[in-house]
Ligand binder design. Structure first.
Ligand SMILES: CC(C)(COP(=O)(O)OP(=O)(O)OC[C@H]1O[C@@H](n2cnc3c(N)ncnc32)[C@H](O)[C@@H]1OP(=O)(O)O)[C@@H](O)C(=O)NCCC(=O)NCCS
Length: 169
């Protein structure tokens, strides 16, 4: 399987939205992805393509020296093949070159798979926002990663980055 990583474009939005719907109980409206790509200057959308098919997506917000992972999901057909982690690292590495020094995210307390992914790359738990998710009252776990430099070092040689024309902002 040939996997490539590139910035999300407006043409990707239907496939990205499909992944979102398959992955979350509270998916974003499709127009939110279009807004992030076309209008939000702080937003960096990324996709992984597997043999030409959008296999995973991520949206990151770059705010001064902070990278906030707003969403990340891998299509169910492509999970547990290392695509999500490579997409996350690609996006964080790019954010670092734009000046990000710390990364932040929130994750459902019951989402142990995603938490395992974040722990694997050094994210730590900063706190809990009780009853944050409105559909089931689930707590949000707040996680962060300081020192994006060391993340890059950790992954040197592991990433296979094939950049295409950046889309969006
Ligand atoms: C979380 C998610 C993005 C991971 O994507 P993925 O492409 O399947 O993940 P990877 O194959 O790159 O896994 C990387 C690491 O994450 C962890 N991980 C991923 N899925 C896991 C699972 N179901 N159970 C336990 N650990 C898991 C493991 O540590 C794994 O490393 P390993 O294979 O060496 O054990 C994917 O499961 C998903 O889309 N889930 C639904 C949406 C979601 O919950 N997003 C996160 C919101 S905060």
């Amino acid at each position: 399987m040939n996997i490539t990583f590139r910035r999300m474009t407006l043409e990707d939005v239907p496939a990205v939205h499909e992944i979102d719907v398959l992955s979350f109980s509270l998916p974003w409206p499709e127009r939110s992805f279009r807004f992030e790509i076309a209008e939000n200057l702080a937003s960096r959308g990324w996709v992984a393509e597997a043999d030409g098919r959008v296999a995973a997506m991520l949206v990151l917000l770059l705010i001064v020296d902070e990278a906030h992972i707003a969403t990340i999901a891998t299509h169910p057909d492509f999970r547990r093949q290392g695509i999500g982690e490579r997409l996350m690292i690609e996006a964080l590495a790019a954010a670092r070159t734009e000046g990000a020094r710390r990364a932040f995210l929130e994750v459902r307390a019951g989402n142990l798979g995603a938490q395992a992914l974040y722990h694997k790359y050094g994210f730590v738990v900063d706190g809990v926002r009780p009853h944050y998710y409105k559909d089931n009252n689930e707590d949000a776990v707040l996680m962060s990663l300081a020192g994006l430099e060391s993340l890059n070092a950790q992954l040197a040689g592991k990433m296979i980055v094939q950049s295409k024309t950046p889309g969006g902002t």
